[in-house]
Design a protein around this ligand. Structure first.
Ligand code: GTP
Ligand code: MG
Length: 438
């Protein structure tokens, strides 16, 4: 089909036709429901709140079961995320529920980075999903979707205001996840204080630009209840798995010396409202918002970061194929440029090294010549000294011979003198003897 025919065809108005009888495609919604039920659902809840604020108790109360729990210590150096997945079944509906705990949240002395591991965890789940989507052989049908559908943010019931940590963390998370703020352990705060506390929290969230999840009001069936519930945020909840007898009924409650706080009594706390909104009315909207809003934003930013665009600089549609080709060309060009740069660098380095070696050789040669000159000079001096010493030795030997000759002459002369004296003495003695007549 020629391009112009195609354009004409797609621009043609769609005509409304009436059916002559029952065809059957009105069963599509039922088919969809049946397929979804067979496939099962996944729902992932992130619990953020101080250690011991009542996160695990609330989860157990919400799902009316006992999940694995481990008390966190107050000595964690960093916040770490601990996901746990459970398979739940209600009627014929299977739910793969993941509860992620932000262990150690609020326990560090320096809380500047407390939000970071939570953001990273959420992003990692988005990244895993994106990687699955980008695969050639995708298996999204049975992919375990771990993207966080809702973040229950547990506010400490101080009755004052939000902490900076709460505001910073919620601000960092609000573009990545649906946040439902809840006031935990609401039984520890009086009714009038709670009312003021709720107003304060909402005004602080608004003034700091924190976007919390709003129950949708575009679906007529739930618009009314959702808009009423939006006005009740943040929900003040009480958790308990303990059963207490009230009248002749066993109810989940917290028992105190002065009375009983019933978890499911709407005049005691907002637990029922939370359960209605989170599970019974808006669970699918939370899943949908996660996919269409938060994941979409992540995906868009990530693909843009990678250089993918929908339009070219002239605002013309730009296909993935074209983007790929452009990127490939850019990459190859860059690679070539880098290669050339490296080659040039290598040549320069070789030249530099060569010049350095030549300079070193010249220096060595000069040094050698210098040493040679010094050596010759030394040799000449030593030769001269030797000659002088030889002359001195000759002179000395001559003097020695002369002295020895003189010495031998004088010795001879000295030896001859005592002989003469002895002769004279003998002559005198002879003379004397003759005179004395002996
Ligand atoms: P970590 O996982 O260790 O951070 O604690 P957590 O936030 O899961 O708190 P957990 O549910 O273990 O509860 C801690 C304590 O608070 C327990 O003694 C609970 O009984 C108590 N608790 C839980 N919920 C409530 C509540 O609504 N009101 C009151 N007063 N106490 C509660
Ligand atoms: Mg816990």
């Amino acid at each position: 089909m020629a391009a112009t025919d195609l354009e004409r065809f797609s621009n043609e108005e769609k005509r409304n036709l009436s059916l002559g009888g029952h065809v059957g495609f009105d069963s599509l919604p039922d088919q969809l429901v049946s397929k979804s039920v067979t496939q099962g659902f996944s729902f992932n809840i992130l619990c953020v709140g101080e250690t011991g604020i009542g996160k695990s108790t609330l989860m157990n109360t919400l799902f009316n079961t006992t999940f694995e729990t481990e008390e966190a210590s107050h000595y964690e150096n960093v916040v770490c995320l601990r996901p746990r997945t459970y398979d739940l079944q209600e009627s014929n509906v299977h739910l793969k529920l993941t509860i992620v705990d932000a262990v150690g949240f609020g326990d560090q002395i320096n809380k500047d980075e407390s939000y970071r591991p939570i953001v990273e965890y959420i992003d990692t789940q988005f990244e895993n999903y994106l990687q699955e989507e980008l695969k050639i052989r995708r298996s999204l049908f049975n992919y375990h979707d771990t993207r966080i559908h809702v973040c229950l943010y547990f506010i400490t019931p101080t009755g004052h205001s939000l902490k900076s940590l709460d505001l910073v963390t919620m601000k960092k998370l609000d573009s990545k996840v649906n946040i439902i703020p809840i006031i935990a352990k609401a039984d520890t705060i009086s009714k009038s204080e709670l009312h003021k506390f709720k107003i304060k929290i909402m005004s602080e969230l608004v003034s700091n630009g924190v976007q919390i999840y709003q129950f949708p009001t575009d679906d007529e069936a739930v618009a009314e209840i959702n808009s009423v519930m939006n006005a009740h945020l943040p929900f003040a909840v009480v958790g308990s798995t303990e059963e207490v007898k009230v009248g002749n009924k066993l109810v989940r409650a917290r028992q105190y010396p002065w009375g009983v706080v019933q978890v499911e009594n709407e005049s005691h706390c907002d637990f029922v409202k939370l359960r209605e909104m989170l599970i019974r009315v808006n669970m699918e909207d939370l899943r949908e918002q996660t996919h269409t809003r938060h994941y979409e934003l992540y995906r868009r930013c990530k693909l843009e970061e990678m250089g993918f665009k929908d339009t070219d600089p002239d605002n013309q549609p730009f296909s993935l194929q074209e983007t790929y080709e452009t990127k490939r060309k850019e990459f190859l060009g860059e690679l070539q440029r880098k290669e050339e740069e490296m080659r040039q660098m290598f040549v320069n380095k070789v030249k530099e090294t060569e010049a350095e070696l030549k300079e070193k050789e010249r220096e060595l040669h000069e040094k050698f010549e210098h040493l040679k000159r010094i050596h010759q000079e030394e040799k000449r001096k030593v030769e001269e000294k030797r000659r002088e010493l030889e002359e001195e030795m000759n002179a000395f030997n001559r003097r020695k011979v002369a002295v020895e000759t003189l010495q031998s002459q004088s010795l001879q002369a000295t030896l001859q003198q005592p002989l003469k004296k002895d002769k004279d003495k003998k002559n005198c003695e002879l003379q004397y003897q003759r005179t004395c007549g002996r």
